[in-house]
Design a protein around this ligand. Structure first.
Ligand code: KG4
Ligand code: ZN
Length: 342
């Protein structure tokens, strides 16, 4: 009997993670992620180094993904890859690799928008989690993105609001850096915040109309606050790290929750799906749970490995597009700026 199952190999290389995954329909058979440690010493992602590291990682990562899935490349039905948005030098590596492999194997090529993939990650098979039904609101919060999107079906999405400057993950990381914490500081802010008082210090929230966000002003006010306090007491940060982190996190969560509430009010949609690395934050998880209880929202967060950048989320879009015959031809080029729905 011939195997009629479809196997998709997916490749993600938009920022600083090189990842490959194999999916059989909506099931993830493997999802290998090589995180580039080199950027830590620079306190942020260095694009040129990211591109070079992708070139070193891509072949072994793809081999591992195939081996873990126990799939030979000849069994693959299609290759899905991240076309954008992201760092051009990074995207080029995954795009060129995917194009050559699809050409060599003579199978379809499927381009994927990274931001749509963060949202469609909710449709990866997972017995422990229920899936949102259409329409729902998706909020993607990561080191590179902050967006609220109305999702009408798998391929109909409308961006309702996004950040005008820094992403929310950057707000966490830059605040952490001001406190002398190592990069990426988001998880550490979360850790110390658990031990502190969220009302200890007041930081102003930005005044941004509608559903857009702004985080750069918060960073500046934290900078001035810390400068002022350490002038009075050089040990201020050291002695008050828990309260500072709790107050910073509280301000960020207030901004996110206010915008989500506004999006719910404007659309009448109460299903809210979160994704991106910041979805790991224990504070946002608690606030969403609270919203379920007090406001009757239904909230969804994928498994953590599908929140941070990964190829499995590229693979689920690949499979959904494969089913609809949405293929890409070999003339496709990487696209650093690539809005949802464009
Ligand atoms: O999605 P992601 O892995 O990478 C991209 O930016 O695409 O997100 C990484 C971001 C970093 O800014 C990191 O500090 C933040 O997610 N992050 C957190 C937590 N875990 C990761 N921020 C706050 N609390 C956390 N627990
Ligand atoms: Zn991402």
């Amino acid at each position: 009997m011939t195997d009629t199952k479809k196997y998709i190999l997916a490749i993600e290389s938009s920022c600083d993670d090189t990842s490959a995954a194999v999916l059989c329909h909506t099931n993830v058979l493997s999802n290998v992620v090589a995180t580039q440690e080199i950027h830590k010493q620079y306190g942020g992602v260095v694009p040129e180094l990211a591109s070079r590291a992708h070139q070193q990682n891509i072949v072994p990562v793809v081999h591992q993904a195939l081996a873990k899935a126990n799939i030979d490349k000849k069994e693959l039905s299609a290759i899905a890859f991240t076309r954008g948005p992201g760092l051009m030098g990074s995207l080029l590596v995954g795009t060129s690799f995917a194009k050559s492999l699809a050409l060599g194997l003579d199978i379809p090529l499927i381009e994927v928008n990274h931001m749509e993939a963060h949202i469609l990650a909710h449709f990866i098979e997972d017995e422990e989690r229920s899936k949102p039904t259409f329409p729902f609101l998706a909020m993607t919060i990561s080191g590179g993105h902050t967006q609220i999107v109305k999702v009408t079906d798998h391929f109909t999405m409308e961006v309702l609001g996004e950040t005008l400057d820094d992403a929310v993950g950057e707000a966490f990381d830059k605040s952490a850096k001001l406190m002398g914490l190592p990069y990426p500081g988001g998880p550490l802010v979360d850790k110390y915040a658990k031990l502190g008082n969220p009302s200890a210090y007041d930081f102003p929230k930005p005044k941004v109309d509608g559903l857009n966000f702004s985080f750069s002003g918060l960073k500046t006010s934290i900078l001035y606050f810390l400068q002022r306090e350490t002038q009075k007491d050089p040990k201020f940060v050291e002695e008050n790290i828990n309260d500072i982190c709790a107050s910073v996190q509280h301000t960020i969560l207030e901004i996110l929750m206010e915008k989500l509430q506004l999006a719910v009010n404007q659309t009448g949609i109460t299903q809210v799906a979160i994704g991106g690395g910041v979805a790991a934050n224990s504070g946002i998880r608690a606030r969403l749970k609270e919203a379920e209880e007090t406001m009757g929202w239904k909230t969804f967060i994928p498994k953590f490995e599908y929140c941070t950048d990964n190829a499995a989320m590229i693979g689920i879009v690949g499979y959904l597009k494969f089913e609809k015959g949405k293929f890409t031809d070999q003339s496709v080029a990487a696209k650093a700026r690539y809005a949802i729905g464009s």
